[in-house]
Each structure stands twice: as structure tokens, then as C-alpha cells.
Design a protein around this ligand. Sequence first.
Ligand code: HEC
Length: 177
Amino acid sequence: MRWLSPLVFLLCGVSLLTACDNMAKQPRDKTWTPANGNSANAEPDRKIWPPQPAPNAIAREDRPQPPPALTPALLARGKERYEIYCTPCHGYLGDGDGMIVRRGFPQPPSFHDEALRNAPTRHFYEVATNGWGAMYSYADRVRSDDRWAIAAYIRALQTSQNTAAAELPETVRGTLR
Ligand code: HEC
């Protein structure tokens, strides 16, 4: 095995030389060269200036919106946003048993409690906007119009859990088990 160490030495030497060669040739940006197509390394259509907001970022100018008209599209949007932002604590039905509550986070009240069923829809919008006690504000994550959509969906959740069977339309009543 005496031939082994000279061989390893040789291989290391060769690889070092090749590495140096590659480093000397690799493209690089010079300090402060704009990346919009002027330097060898730039991706031609990627502009770094002016900075672009991330998709779905909330604009700093996002202003409170008046409540939008109640439509199926608004409820669908509200359901989607609610399930993303509120279910971790409030749960899919709004009972307050979301996944992180089951893991020890303070438990929010159920949306089906008397007080919250009697609260105006604006209250849900405002809690999402300003926070409430242990719950922080969602104004920097959920746009104003989406907070209204969520408030409308919470109303729908409340209705879904607190409607007497006799009040349901005939067609729906037939499907109950
Ligand atoms: C990280 C957990 C968490 C998330 C996520 C969360 N909440 Fe809450 N929420 C709470 C807790 C905890 C309370 C109770 C706070 C207290 O009473 O100190 C609460 C309370 C509330 C209340 C009741 C206020 C009252 O009058 O008692 C409403 C309404 C509410 N949250 C709406 C929302 C909406 C809408 C979202 C989604 C945009 C949301 N929450 C997301 C934890 C959360």
C-alpha cells in the first residue's frame, strides 16, 4: 500500500488545480452592478428595482372598507380565508378547539356562545382588525375586504349550528339523518 499516499497526494493536487481554474473563470457580479440584464450573471427579465411586493402582500395603504354585499362568492372567500387564518385556534366549526388550542394555546370562546351569537357582524371584523385579549390583530395578514368575508362566514357557521330542523327548507330536511 505504499503507493497509496503519493496517489492521494497527486489526486488532491490535480483537483486543487482544476478548482482554481474554475474559480478564475466563473462569472460574477461586480459590486453594485444592476442585475437587470447588464451583467454576465443576471437573469435578463428579473428586475430588482423598483422592489416588487410579494404576491398577496397587504398594502400599507390598505384602508378599512365598508361591509361588502353578501353574496355566495363573498361567503366562499370568507370560508377559504377563515380556514387558513382562524381554524388553528377557532376550529373548523368555530367551537374554539383548533389544533394549537389542543396543543396548549389559550382557548378562545366558541362562536356559538350566546354572547357571540348576539354580537353584531362588525364585532368579528373588528376583532380580526384590532385583536382581542390574547388574540393578536390580523390586519397585517388579512385584507380589510377579506376580514368582512370572514365575518360573514362566521355568521354562516353560527347559523349552521343553531338552526332548528323545522326551519330548514323541505329539500334540506329530507337529507338529514
Ligand atoms: C393563535 C390563535 C388564534 C387565531 C389564529 C385566531 N384567534 Fe380569535 N381568539 C383567540 C383567543 C385566545 C381568543 C380569546 C381572547 C381573550 O378573550 O383574551 C380569541 C377570541 C376571538 C373572538 C371573540 C371576541 C369576544 O368577543 O369574546 C373573535 C370574534 C375572534 N377571536 C375572531 C377571530 C378571527 C376572525 C380569526 C381569524 C382571522 C381569529 N380569531 C384567529 C385566538 C385566536
